[in-house]
Design a protein. Sequence first.
Length: 92
Amino acid sequence: AASPFYVTGESYGGKYVPAIVYKIHVENPQAKIKINLKGMAIGDGLIDPYNQWDYGPVMYQFGLIDERQLEFVNLQTALARNAIRLQQYALA
């Protein structure tokens, strides 16, 4: 495994890229075929949904949604955050 290997992704890749890199890092020492892991890159990654999902105020300020839609987005954000707090990730 002489060729360098980089794991890359964007958006939801912020979740799976680190997991793949960690798995390779942990299992590489005992693996029959080694992976020449050199690094990872994540572009515009979703790594913290609890804090990254709060787009309502920004969308409202840019005129992309009206006040009624802002209320709905804020409610959905609050429900998702509560589900995360309760570790109900599929619901979030």
